[in-house]
Design a protein around this ligand. Structure first.
Ligand code: GRG
Length: 281
């Protein structure tokens, strides 16, 4: 193992991240079947922002002053679960590209995409149980249940223009907030934090995840270039009523926005949104 890093700092985070990458690679290529390793290795090797890992490592450094092997394993388990959920999400959306590489469903079809998502979920759970603790495995399993529930709400209600903003919030708290939340809980667990700290970390993670998803949805509407992962306007073109759309616009305008994103009146609203400092790129 690597020498422990001390204190929360960018260099300490930078030193810990490659340890997480090694662990992700190990988990994602742990099948005895080379083809399964090819499926799950592609999306995990393509990276992504590793935001959940950064949060877990930062939590470990802040609470304990160093990154233990269990904290590294926690970050890797969360990333592998996240990647598995993306494989399933891409299948549901018929997406052809993710993280700049072809999706499993695009290259091998729906069957392999279902199966590789299941493999990643199973492997992350197994590693958490064996290498972190029963508590960690239980927490991760509960977060996966939340993710599934959030996704169920999304697929059932995503195209409903009369969906209430509260319903939209609930669904993103589950589908996105839950994984950030559990990451922070595991960081506290691996740092042997007390109950009060663990509860605060859980709240912080849940709020961070919620905010992250709202910002991502807002960027779809209001960014000129930058978006975290997908091209700008993807939600609009797919007729998806995200939280900012439901919260910030009157029903007539948002129906128009989704029906005809290129309408002049829509362009005017988007121009106003883009002037908002929050979404300046
Ligand atoms: C756990 C196998 C399994 C399934 C769970 C499909 C499903 C059920 C849940 C999907 C939930 C989902 C797609 C939530 C969106 C999460 C989200 C914000 C994705 C984008 O995250 P980023 O931007 O992505 O952090 P990168 O690529 O940077 O990691």
């Amino acid at each position: 193992t690597t020498a422990p890093t001390t204190g929360l700092s960018i260099p300490a985070l930078a030193r810990a991240l490659p340890r997480v990458e090694d662990e992700i690679r190990r988990m994602a290529t742990s099948s005895s079947l080379p083809i399964v390793n090819e499926f799950s290795g592609r999306i995990t090797a393509a990276g992504g922002k590793r935001l959940r890992s950064v949060l877990i490592l930062a939590g470990a450094l802040a609470m304990r002053g160093s990154v233990t092997d269990k904290a590294v394993t926690s970050a890797a388990c969360v990333e592998v679960l996240h990647a598995g959920s993306l494989v399933h999400d891409d299948l549901m959306d018929n997406a052809t590209e993710r993280r700049g590489v072809r999706t499993v469903n695009a290259d091998w079809g729906p069957g392999p995409a279902v199966l590789v998502g299941d493999f990643m979920l199973a492997r992350a759970s197994q590693v958490a149980l064996r290498e972190i603790s029963p508590f960690a495995a239980e927490q991760l399993a509960a977060a996966v249940a939340d993710l599934v529930e959030g996704q169920v709400l999304e697929v059932l209600d995503l195209h409903n223009p009369d969906r209430s903003p509260d319903d939209a919030l609930r669904s993103i708290a589950l589908k996105t907030g839950a994984l950030f939340r559990v990451g922070c809980v595991l960081a506290a667990h691996c740092a042997d934090a007390d109950e009060v700290t663990t509860t605060r970390m859980a709240e912080y993670g849940a709020s961070f995840g919620l905010l992250f998803q709202i910002l991502d949805d807002l960027l779809d509407l209001a960014s000129t270039r930058l978006r975290l992962g997908k091209p700008v306007g993807t939600d609009l073109r797919q007729g998806v009523y995200t939280f900012p759309l439901l919260r910030a616009m009157d029903p007539e305008l948002r129906a128009l926005l989704v029906r005809d994103p290129d309408d002049d009146r829509v362009a005017e609203v988007l121009a106003v949104l883009r002037r908002g400092s929050l979404v300046e790129d």
